[in-house]
Design a binder for this molecule. Structure first.
Ligand code: PMP
Ligand code: GLU
Length: 400
């Protein structure tokens, strides 16, 4: 019998980042030595004070349903964080906690999109944006950016992409996969367009703490009341607090929007896990030294990795300012033979490299630019050193 899966779902591709991560973990479980530069997942353990808070929550019986929007304590902790770090004033009714930033994005698009509404997505983009937009009946409008602009969308590029159906603009700073960060002036340009055209701005700031060389993160919501009202700030605990598996993200926005998102969430998953919410509250309110220490480590790895990759024959990359990825141009590899197979796409290259070279990278196809690969440096220095040796030797020996 033919199983009649929905048309909408059959147009969605599963997450390539998570698929490669699953394959890598399976190879490791099978006893194969693999170097992982794949999914962006900090190698650090969740800081001890956060783990202790979770144990305390279990022991004290904080194991029941919470408010769909998230506990008041957690939402207050988010408000305090937004004020502390960005001078942004939100009240707890303008905050929702969700099961990861991915889930916050999903709630956001469910709350703002009508069928056919267009969302501007600068390319390269994080793999899940387009699929989450499509899942919520929206249309992603892909806007290619230029390497000479550090892969950031300019005002002119944005204006050229607007149509009467444009509903929202998505920005991600610091960016996954390029590591670029938007400056205040660049954000002002985008804010002007959003306000003039009454467009929502979905601002994914999950890498906001992971920023290097004294550069500064600016949230577009900081640039005035009008743009703040239109902005949905997305953030989460996965990256800065090494809490990927805990699944906790949050969004800050206008109260009416948060109510709509909360309504969606109440029917889908009720709320994020109560224990995680308590741990997240403690993480945000507690000392931030662990975050600074992790950023210091990421910064050292970034410099080393950039130097190594830039010196490899045929590769070109831009020094990332934030997040924990390096986006590498592999155009010179295209149409060459690797282990006797012609490289026709970044997927071909990543697949051969993983299966035969035992090095995991993410193909640029996941981010809308097929002549690139992404390497994460959220992994130990030892893995970076040995993994880059393995990468370099494999390509030297097998690329013709
Ligand atoms: N946004 C971006 C840009 C990401 O790279 C990720 C990766 N996990 C997420 C959102 C989602 O993070 P999480 O759901 O783990 O909070
Ligand atoms: N966001 C990370 C990445 O881009 C983790 C995987 C995922 O959530 O897709 O690799």
């Amino acid at each position: 019998m033919e199983l009649r899966i929905s048309d909408k779902i059959s147009k969605i591709a599963p997450s390539i980042t998570l698929a490669i991560d699953a394959k890598l973990k399976q190879m490791i479980a099978d006893g194969i030595k693999v170097y992982g530069f794949g999914a962006g997942e900090p190698d650090f353990d969740t800081p001890k004070y956060i783990r202790d808070a979770a144990i305390e929550a279990i022991e004290k019986g904080f194991t029941r349903y919470t408010a769909a929007q998230g506990t008041l304590d957690l939402r207050k902790a988010v408000c305090a964080k937004m004020q502390r770090d960005h001078g942004l004033v939100y009240n707890p009714n303008q905050v929702i906690a969700s099961s990861g930033a991915k889930h916050s994005l999903s709630n956001t698009f469910a709350a703002i999109l009508n069928p056919g509404d267009e969302v501007i997505v600068p390319v390269p983009y994080w793999v899940s944006y387009t699929e989450i937009i499509k899942l919520n009946d929206g249309v992603p409008v892909l806007v290619p950016t230029k390497k000479e602009n550090n892969f950031k969308m300019t005002k002119e590029e944005l204006l050229a992409a607007l149509t009467p159906n444009t509903k929202a603009i998505l920005i991600n700073t610091p960016n996954n996969p390029t590591g670029s960060i938007y400056t205040e002036n660049e954000l002002k340009d985008i804010a002007e367009v959003a306000v003039a055209n009454n467009l929502f701005v979905v601002s994914d700031e999950i890498y906001e703490q992971l920023i290097y060389d004294g550069k500064k993160h600016v949230s577009i919501a900081q640039l005035g009341d009008a743009i703040k009202e239109l902005t949905i700030v997305i953030n989460g605990m996965s990256k800065a607090y090494a809490m990927t598996g805990w699944r906790l993200g949050y969004a800050c926005a206008d109260e009416k929007l948060i109510k709509a998102m909360s309504s969606v969430q109440s029917h889908a998953v009720s709320h994020p896990n109560s224990i995680t919410q308590h741990a997240g509250t403690v993480a945000l309110n507690g000392p931030q030294d662990d975050v600074y220490n992790m950023v210091e480590q990421f910064s050292k790895r970034r410099t080393y990795m950039y130097q190594r990759l830039s010196n490899m024959e045929g590769l070109r990359c831009v020094m990332p300012d934030g997040a924990f990825y390096i986006y590498v141009d592999i155009t010179s590899y295209m149409n060459k033979q690797l282990c006797g197979q012609t490289i026709k796409s970044s997927l071909d290259f990543a697949q051969i490299l993983l299966e035969q070279g035992h090095v995991a990278v993410i193909p640029g196809a996941a981010f809308g630019t097929d002549n690139f690969i992404r390497l994460s440096y959220a992994t130990s220095m030892e893995t970076i050193e040995k993994g880059l040796d393995a990468f370099e030797n494999f390509v030297k020996e097998n690329l013709r």
